[in-house]
Design a protein around this ligand. Structure first.
Ligand code: SAM
Length: 190
């Protein structure tokens, strides 16, 4: 399966899929917070289709929230409130057209979600909310649910246009003994 993903590079996608495949051995399900049109979600669903694991995807389906002052940067002006808006129905229809199991698709702002909205255990989490508060809230939601050897990938950690992402990850990681490696724009947290 392939199409042009305008949010995640081809090499990043390959890395995401390689890591996600490695997480099939871990207990728990896969989640993506910030699924947008579902380009990465469809590829994750393909990996999971013959397994017991489920995919859970989350988005406001109203586009990005407003930036906080931690997101301000002289570049990245195109990332603003309301951008990247698609409907939940459009995303669901893409799975049906691709003949893939439809994931649990939850429409919400991340700060409205509770851990009850997430699977009991998470083997692989892809966090792609672009802004400080979105990543801070996503990390809070997944942290207590990660399986042993489960992996969190945070997109845009190394993206100067979206400085809030790195701030949220670094603040979160400060008092934890987490191994973070960087691949292109992504932070990979085991
Ligand atoms: C860059 S796009 C995601 C791209 C997608 N992961 C992919 O691989 O194609 C960011 C998405 O995060 C969503 N988002 C960002 N912050 C959010 C928040 N606080 N609550 C809910 N959705 C949010 C936006 O609506 C947008 O669809």
């Amino acid at each position: 399966m392939s199409w042009k993903n305008d949010q995640v590079s081809g090499e990043e996608t390959d890395k995401i899929l390689e890591i996600a495949r490695g997480c099939l051995e871990c207990g728990g399900d896969f989640v993506e917070l910030g699924c947008y049109k579902g380009d990465t979600s469809l590829l994750l669903a393909e990996i999971l289709k013959d397994t017991e694991k489920k995919l859970f995807i989350y988005d406001s389906f109203e586009g990005l929230p407003e930036k906080s002052n931690k997101d301000e940067s002289t570049i990245g002006k195109e990332f603003k409130g309301g951008e990247l808006c698609v409907t939940k129905r459009e995303v669901k229809e893409r799975f049906l057209r691709a003949n893939l199991p439809v994931p649990v698709i939850k429409k919400a702002w991340f700060n409205e979600l509770t851990t009850e909205d997430l699977p009991e255990r998470i083997a692989f989490a892809f966090l792609d909310g672009d802004f400080y508060e979105s990543i801070r809230d996503s990390l809070k939601l997944v942290e207590s649910k990660m399986a042993n050897k489960g992996v969190i990938i945070v997109h845009d950690y190394n993206n100067l246009a979206l400085p809030g992402v790195r701030k949220a990850v670094d603040e979160w990681a400060k008092d934890k003994s987490k191994e973070i490696t960087v691949y292109q724009s992504m932070a990979i947290i085991v």
